[in-house]
Design a protein around this ligand. Structure first.
Ligand SMILES: [Zn+2]
Length: 102
């Protein structure tokens, strides 16, 4: 069963955290940096081997979202301030990243 859309997605620039809240759950916070590192697009992860192609050391510490676009009912596309904009984050992926960050 697909993960439902969160009721809250908020980017807190002052703390560098996304706030996410799913119905019936408490808020989760996940660092912009960890979400950027968790990008699973074909540029960041080899789609055949699953090997991480992204070097987290190359991600600027001041990484932040420049914009968020809703993709259908199942994901968002995050436009990052490092120019990377090919990553889709499904609700399930965001939930995984947020739980991993606790
Ligand atoms: Zn990517």
């Amino acid at each position: 069963m697909p993960t439902d859309a969160p009721e809250i997605i908020r980017a807190h620039r002052e703390t560098g955290l996304f706030e996410l809240k799913w119905p019936g759950e408490s808020e989760l916070f996940v660092r912009f940096f960890d979400v950027r590192c968790g990008c699973s697009c074909a540029v960041c992860v080899d789609e055949f081997t699953g090997e991480l192609l992204l070097d987290p050391a190359k991600i600027p510490a001041e990484i932040a979202p420049a914009g968020l676009d809703l993709v259908g009912q199942y994901a968002i596309r995050i436009r990052w301030n490092d120019g990377h904009n090919t990553g889709l984050y499904t609700w399930e992926r965001l939930q995984q990243l947020a739980h991993a960050d606790r």
